[in-house]
Write a protein that binds this ligand. Structure first.
Ligand SMILES: [Fe+2]
Ligand SMILES: [Fe+2]
Length: 203
């Protein structure tokens, strides 16, 4: 692959079409694909990871692979704790695409600790922190509103949603992410606060 690489294009960008294909194959195989973790989610997380990764000088090759494969397990189990299963599913994919051997463990680590069952201390690499943050920010802003409504509305009280949003915001690993996402955080907090007021105590 290195031999005919276009000098104007960074190496990591070559993985995008490869991983895109693998994601489609894996999602087709999965028994219960989760619509809030589908390709549009992956592409938004990817955009944020690239932005944060360039700013913080992270390994974008590791990040891109981790983004595409981080939710594979989520299409098998409806559980917030799906990082370990995603890593299990990701390993043979990395093998199949001949992803650089020396970087595979970093990819799998970022995937394993991207969910809320891992503690901040568990996220030991810059790439794992960036993936965690970029993923959680997808639950804020206009898209966040849509995702919470699809996922929780009618099933959980609005206070649950408000607490969940705050927990995610406080749990972000990097100040850069908070700078990037402050508007989105304010937007979703206001939305659900107003919704709660309009619906009253039983809402
Ligand atoms: Fe996830
Ligand atoms: Fe995700």
């Amino acid at each position: 692959m290195e031999g005919n690489m276009d000098n104007r294009t960074s190496h990591w960008q070559h993985w995008i079409p490869v991983l895109e294909k693998e994601l489609a194959v894996e999602m087709q195989k999965a028994p219960s694909p989760s619509e809030v973790h589908a390709k549009d989610h992956i592409l938004r997380v990817l955009r944020r990871c690239i932005r944060l990764g360039e700013k913080l000088d992270a390994d974008l090759e590791v990040l891109v692979a981790a983004v595409y494969l981080h939710d594979l397990g989520r299409h098998y189990i409806d559980d917030k704790a799906h990082g370990a299963l995603s890593a299990l599913k990701a390993e043979p994919v990395l093998e199949r695409i001949h992803f650089p051997l020396e970087k595979r463990e970093d990819v799998l680590h970022a995937i394993r600790v991207h969910d809320v069952s891992a503690t901040p201390e568990d996220r030991m690499t810059l790439e794992s922190k960036i993936l965690y943050d970029a993923d959680k920010v997808d639950t804020l802003g206009v898209v966040g509103v849509l995702r919470y409504i699809r996922h929780f509305y009618g099933r959980k009280p609005i206070d649950y949603v408000l607490d969940d949003i705050d927990a995610r915001w406080k749990g972000l690993a990097l100040d850069e992410t908070r700078n990037l996402a402050l508007q989105d955080y304010n937007y979703i907090k206001n939305y659900f606060t107003h919704l709660k007021e309009e619906l009253g105590p039983d809402g």
